[in-house]
Design a protein around this ligand. Structure first.
Ligand code: CP
Length: 291
């Protein structure tokens, strides 16, 4: 049986080894956080806690929703939003091979904060930091989208969105299209789907082409056959269909899809990031409300 003690002091690095019960527990805690977000107010649950939000590569949603989550719980946020402002990615030091290590960075952050949320430019970087940190480390996406790259908190908020829409995850049919299927968030959510019963995920992933190869192919009149979802392609779809996208928007989704009744990505899905991340922060810091 899962309870809040299973999260306290723990890292969130991958969904590979999470049980269904653990995923469902986060849904219950996120639900408890929703009134704070809906009323645009603050609680004082984490008023004495500090989040180090350390992003080596760009982010709009993950970084700001973690900042919002910590702020809505009364806590404070430190960190950096561009790697070059850290000693780990200090351009001058990197030139001489002296970029500060994940070990040293993690130990320093453990002195200054109570939890680390890191977007890392190397696959496995958050796991390496977690080896040395004495506080929980949350992987906010790692690597340049290699096989072992993950984005577990994105997957949890996506699973939460699906649960809220359908009341269940068991038995659903999911079509994962294009780059969304093959990037780090896609890796994590596939692990999540695998924990539920009879979920069928149909993956139709673009094989990314090397830009130089794509250019030469186009010179020959060929192309990579990219798929774009448009409003007209959705005509006649079942009312129960929903369209999610982790964003930022790429070529795969036309802006006219935004106006359809199926679109969730800019609204419900993105909104759910804050209560889910509030829940996760409260859980790893041992302050989650009873569910
Ligand atoms: N979904 C997501 O990770 O978005 P950001 O890159 O803006 O954080």
């Amino acid at each position: 049986l899962v309870d809040a003690r299973d999260f306290e002091g723990q890292d969130i690095l991958s969904l590979y080894d999470w049980s269904r019960e653990k995923i469902e527990y986060t849904f219950k805690v996120a639900e408890k956080m929703e009134p704070i977000v809906l009323s645009r107010t603050r609680s004082q649950l984490l008023a004495d806690k500090v989040l180090a939000a350390c992003f080596y590569t760009p982010s709009t949603r993950t970084r700001t929703s973690f900042q919002s989550a910590m702020t809505r719980l009364g806590g404070s946020v430190i960190g950096w939003e561009a790697g070059a402002s850290s000693r780990a990615r200090d351009v001058a030091r990197l030139a001489t091979g002296e970029g500060e290590s994940d070990k040293d960075t993690a130990i320093m952050l453990s002195h200054y904060a109570d939890v680390i949320a890191v977007r890392h430019d190397r696959t496995g970087g958050p796991r390496e930091m977690a080896r040395w940190a004495t506080i929980p480390v949350i992987n906010c996406a790692d690597g340049p989208n290699e096989a072992l790259s993950e984005h577990p908190t994105q997957a949890l908020l996506d699973l939460y969105t699906i649960k809220k829409e359908f009341g269940r995850i068991d038995g659903l049919k999911i079509l994962s299209l294009g780059s969304q299927a093959s990037i780090r968030g896609g890796h994590s959510i596939s692990f999540g789907y695998a924990k539920f019963k009879n979920v069928k995920e149909y993956i139709c992933a673009e094989k990314p082409l090397q830009p130089e190869h794509e250019k030469r192919l186009e010179e020959l009149g060929g192309g990579s056959g990219k798929y774009q979802l448009t409003a007209s392609k959705l005509k006649g779809c079942k009312d129960s269909l929903i369209i999610m996208h982790q964003l930022p928007r790429g070529e795969g989704i036309s802006t006219d899809v935004d106006e359809t009744k199926y679109a969730r990505y800019l609204w419900q899905e993105a909104w759910n990031g804050v209560p889910m991340r509030m829940g996760l922060l409260s859980l790893v810091l041992g302050r989650a409300p009873p569910v």
